[in-house]
Design a protein around this ligand. Structure first.
Ligand SMILES: Nc1ncnc2c1ncn2[C@@H]1O[C@H](COP(=O)(O)OP(=O)(O)OP(=O)(O)O)[C@@H](O)[C@H]1O
Ligand SMILES: [Mg+2]
Length: 504
């Protein structure tokens, strides 16, 4: 985003609680008048960031600048900001008017007096009744509650109460309004209405809004700019359109809207292989690089058999009001498709995707990662269409396997891990390939080979279209059939689900 008229700037802001970071290396600037949204899953640090801006919390390190000045040492009430919280605390014994006017009664306004000798001094006074009245009336008008000023707040609906809370914040004429999930307590219909109203208030007030939500749709509809957060870190900053159309990584893509995400391999200039076929794309990545490929469900086109790029079978159909959502299988891969055209379940079709609608992004890890691995009844791990010896005690610190094969943890609990979902990760250098086909657990064909300066990197693809990316010092030929072997100690396992339900 372009730096225009910056009102707020966060520079290398960190917040550490005990030994973990709630917010890490946060760098952001906010332009005056913008509607900016912090979006991310629960616990990602949204509220913490907002509280640091508001002054309720001090950063462990880093700076917060308001209009270019460090506000680190300013207490909350001296910052020209107001916060609207999810649980808006209204005073139940006061009516709407008095709830809104409450803060103004304690506010002091500065005014200048010229003394006889001509020197000027600053004095402070309270707002007059007329001034309070004018401000409250204006705030009531903005939140559309003019007729409600003498209503008891306890008789208001949730949406109306939230409007009072907003009026109470804007009556102070803050430069920035901070809103922490302000619509979280409302039902869906009310929330949608209030979203539009908040947008309208933002337009009327012309001030900067910093909004917090974990609802991606809300962020997309309301914001000028979205900051996607995960684990205390910024994943991407961009306009709703940028974030939706050009997600920076698989996390953002997955979090924003529905997506198909595949592991692909670049196999040529602007050519990527996924779903068992080669696609033209518009992103240029180095040949042989493993990439994440993201395709939005509305960008997959269903064509008659033979007319698209890849054969698929429709296995599921849901009517979603305006469009249908289909699940189609391409080999073992699911493809989510949204379209207004109807198709029958069980028909064989062909799928196509326009090159510019195939988003290619760097993979987060450069290893072989099998997200769909699971433990079988013999405490072995199953992934990539084969069964592998592994050390399951790495799943929980201090655990062991007893004579009967039950997994036990240091707290004395026992588990039967059959069917437990895990993620198996294997470094590319730890996979061994051999031309003795009896030697490994599964066989595959070398579909690609690149010289990497001091070794070859080959991709072995199994019949079921599972890939192993292998670093090897031996020379192979493309289309060689090889067997794949992985030493037990080199298969790194991590839990993908809570093991408590496997307790016996
Ligand atoms: N006072 C505190 N002491 C210790 N840890 C804290 C404290 N406040 C927040 N945290 C931790 O910091 C992390 C970020 O919390 P935060 O409340 O900012 O998340 P959030 O994104 O607002 O989540 P939610 O959507 O659930 O409101 C969490 O792991 C939380 O447990
Ligand atoms: Mg929060």
């Amino acid at each position: 985003m372009a730096k225009k008229d910056v009102i707020l700037e966060l520079i290398n802001v960190n917040k550490k609680y005990e030994d973990s970071y709630a917010v890490e290396n946060f760098n952001l600037y906010v332009n005056k008048g913008e509607f900016i949204t912090f979006l991310g899953p629960s616990g990602c640090g949204k509220t913490t960031t907002l509280r640091m801006i508001a002054g309720f919390e001090k950063p462990t390190s880093g700076q917060i600048l308001l209009n270019g000045k460090d506000i680190g040492s300013l207490p909350p009430y001296k910052r020209p900001l107001n916060t609207v919280f999810q649980r808006y605390a209204l005073f139940p014994h006061l009516d709407v008017y008095d709830n809104i006017a409450f803060g103004l009664k304690f506010k002091k306004v500065a005014y200048e007096v010229t003394k006889k000798d001509g020197t000027k001094v600053t004095k402070y006074r309270k707002f007059t009744r007329e001034e309070v009245d004018a401000k409250v009336t204006k705030a009531l008008k903005i939140v559309d509650l003019e007729a409600f000023e003498s209503r008891d707040v306890s008789t208001l609906s949730g949406g109306q109460q939230q409007r009072v809370a907003i009026a109470r914040a804007i009556v102070n004429e803050p430069e920035i309004l901070l809103l922490d999930e302000p619509l979280g307590a409302l039902d869906l219909k009310m929330r949608k209405e209030m979203q539009l109203e908040l947008k309208e208030m933002h337009r009327k007030l012309g001030i900067t809004f910093i909004y917090v939500t974990h609802d991606q749709e809300e962020a997309l509809t309301m914001s000028d700019m979205i900051v996607v957060m995960e684990d205390g870190q910024i994943q991407q900053i961009g306009t709703p359109l940028d974030i939706y159309n050009e997600p920076k990584n698989a996390f953002v893509a997955d979090f924003i809207g529905e997506s198909n995400i595949y592991v692909g391999t670049m196999i040529g200039n602007k050519k990527v292989r996924f779903l068992g076929t080669t696609w033209e794309c518009i992103d240029d990545f180095p040949v042989n690089q493993k990439v994440d490929v993201v395709v939005r469900p509305e960008d997959v086109i269903i064509k008659p058999l033979g007319e698209g790029a890849v054969k698929a079978k429709i296995v599921n159909k849901i009517f979603k009001g305006i469009h249908y959502q289909f699940t189609a299988m391409v080999g073992n891969n699911e493809v989510l498709i949204q379209t207004t055209a109807d198709h029958e379940v069980n028909t064989e079709v062909s799928l196509s995707i326009e090159p510019d609608l195939i988003q290619i992004m760097n993979r987060a890890y450069d290893a072989n990662i099998y997200q769909d691995a699971y433990i079988n009844k013999n405490n072995k791990v199953v992934f990539a269409g084969a069964t592998w010896d592994c050390d399951i005690t790495q799943l929980v610190n201090g655990s062991s396997v007893d004579e009967k094969g039950y997994f036990s943890t240091p707290d004395g609990k026992k588990y039967d891990l059959t069917d437990l979902d895990v993620i198996a990760t294997i470094d590319m250098k730890d996979i061994e390939i051999s031309d003795d086909l009896e030697d490994g657990n599964i066989t595959g064909q070398i579909i690609q080979m690149v010289w990497k300066g001091d070794h070859y990197q080959v991709i072995v693809r199994t019949e079921e279209e599972e890939d192993f990316v292998v670093d090897t010092e031996w020379t192979w030929n493309e289309l060689d059939t090889v067997s794949v072997k992985i030493p037990e100690s080199k298969i790194k396992l991590t839990l993908k689900e809570d093991i408590s339900k496997y307790e016996i």
